[in-house]
Write a protein that binds this ligand. Structure first.
Ligand code: ADP
Ligand code: ASP
Ligand code: MG
Length: 409
């Protein structure tokens, strides 16, 4: 007997027939004798609609009320799935975040999970009951409903698996595993059998939305065995594992892209100590996350240009802050460009293998794609390019690193 957390995403519970299909999947595991907690998302499209309603009502909405609204999608699906399970003779009960409870901090809209109470679920498992748990939501220190940020049901599932000391956390979705890149834009993308936590974390953080980044960080921290697999096709998926469980290491394991970036250039920034600190300090005080940064050496010893990227969602706030700083720090223009995309190649093998960046730059040059900003970490090289070139760049790099499904492995 194993204890398993099964998580089903929005498409998997997208309509009543699909919810019944999920119930059958759960039944198979129950009949195999396992203890099961199921975490579900809202039906696909629902959360987008709820978010839109919030911004239609109020541009600067109250984050507490936003959470009340957007958490409602998962309330529908837990109730329906519990009913569907009962209908096929499975003892099941639904649980909202506050009922478990999933304790979180008070950052509404992007809350972090703290403590999860498992005593009641343990009791129900002993009675043979399946727990159907709402993903994405929790309860804050003020006893109000919180949500974890978009895609947060993955994190709910991994956190619950850690708290329940589950043997496995199976993330069921609309693809049959983690691919070398998004299979929806590169048809020759290849399914990865095993990927390290570290690589998965980089890919997820750089835009591969198949797993939410925090869920991977949490799985890594607590050693939760995560598998990504299809709700619709019955075959093994991708296992996220420790590095020593991988026999053959690729130099580049996968490619991610993030179209949600924006580039900001500050023209004529005074070249003296303290200026960068003042600029990035003010952005950070306004909760703007800065990612890639380049600063040129000043030609005249007096001023230089400073370029960096922020999330598109933060662009208005960032330019507002920078416009206010312009006079104080006496720099010239603030030039914003949302029409960019960040492409990242990821692989633990690049720690020991040189030449990964060179291949990236040459491949993009051959396609006539200009690189605007570059950043690297131990297992990743990222470049910022014009958004129109995204698919061309990802496909060309996929081929250049030998990742195409029909290439020699
Ligand atoms: P769910 O609703 O089940 O949480 P998501 O839409 O959040 O599903 O994530 C699954 C999607 O992630 C896939 O449909 C696919 O388009 C996208 N995706 C992006 N990068 C990858 C990748 N490297 N491997 C697999 N899927 C990816
Ligand atoms: N329903 C939420 C969202 O769409 C959470 C999730 O699906 O993971 O972001
Ligand atoms: Mg998701």
């Amino acid at each position: 007997m194993a204890r398993i957390v099964m998580k089903f995403g929005g498409t998997s519970v997208g309509d009543v027939e699909r919810i019944k299909n999920v119930a059958q999947r759960v039944r198979r595991e129950v009949e195999a004798g396992h203890e099961i907690a199921v975490v579900v998302s809202a039906m696909s499209g629902t959360t987008n609609q709820l978010v839109k309603w919030c911004s239609d009502v109020s541009r600067l909405y109250d984050a507490r009320e936003y959470d009340v609204v957007v958490a409602s999608g998962e309330q529908v699906t837990v109730g329906l799935l519990a009913m569907a399970l009962q209908d096929i003779g499975i003892n099941a009960r639904s649980w909202l975040g506050w009922q478990i409870p999933f304790g979180t901090d008070g950052i509404h809209g992007k809350a972090r999970i703290g403590k999860i109470e498992t005593a009641e679920l343990e009791k129900r498992f002993a009675q043979g009951q399946v727990a159907v748990v709402a993903g994405f939501q929790g309860i804050g220190p003020d006893d109000r409903i919180t949500t974890l940020g978009r895609g947060g049901s993955d994190t709910s599932a991994v956190a619950l698996a850690a708290a329940l000391k589950a043997d496995r956390c199976d993330i069921y979705t609309d693809v049959d595993g983690v691919y070398t890149t998004n299979p929806r834009i590169v048809s020759r993308a290849r399914k990865i059998e095993r990927i390290t936590y570290e690589e998965m974390l980089e890919l997820a953080s750089q835009g591969a939305k198949v797993l939410e980044p925090r869920s991977v960080a949490m799985a890594m921290q607590h050693g939760v065995r995560v598998q990504v697999l299809s709700t619709f096709v019955d075959k093994p998926g991708t296992l996220v594992v420790d590095e020593d469980e991988i026999v053959e290491q690729q130099v580049v394991t996968g490619i991610a892209y993030s179209p949600d970036e924006a580039k900001i250039t500050l023209v004529g920034v005074p070249d003296r100590p303290g200026v960068a600190g003042a600029i990035f300090g003010s952005l950070s005080d306004s909760a703007v996350n800065v990612d890639m940064i380049v600063q040129n050496v000043s030609q005249d010893g007096k001023t230089t240009d400073l370029t960096f990227t922020v999330g598109q969602a933060d662009l208005d706030r960032a330019t507002h802050v920078l416009d206010r700083l312009k006079a104080e720090l006496s720099f010239g223009e603030v030039v914003a460009d949302p029409n960019v995309c960040k492409i990242s190649v990821v692989g633990v093998g690049m720690r020991s293998q040189p030449g990964v960046a060179k291949t990236m730059f040459q491949t993009l040059a051959e396609k006539g794609i200009n690189i605007q900003v570059i950043s690297t970490s131990e297992i990743k090289v990222s470049v910022l390019i014009g958004a129109d070139y995204t698919e061309l760049a990802v496909r060309a790099l996929h081929t250049a690193y030998g990742l195409d499904a029909d290439a020699e492995a």
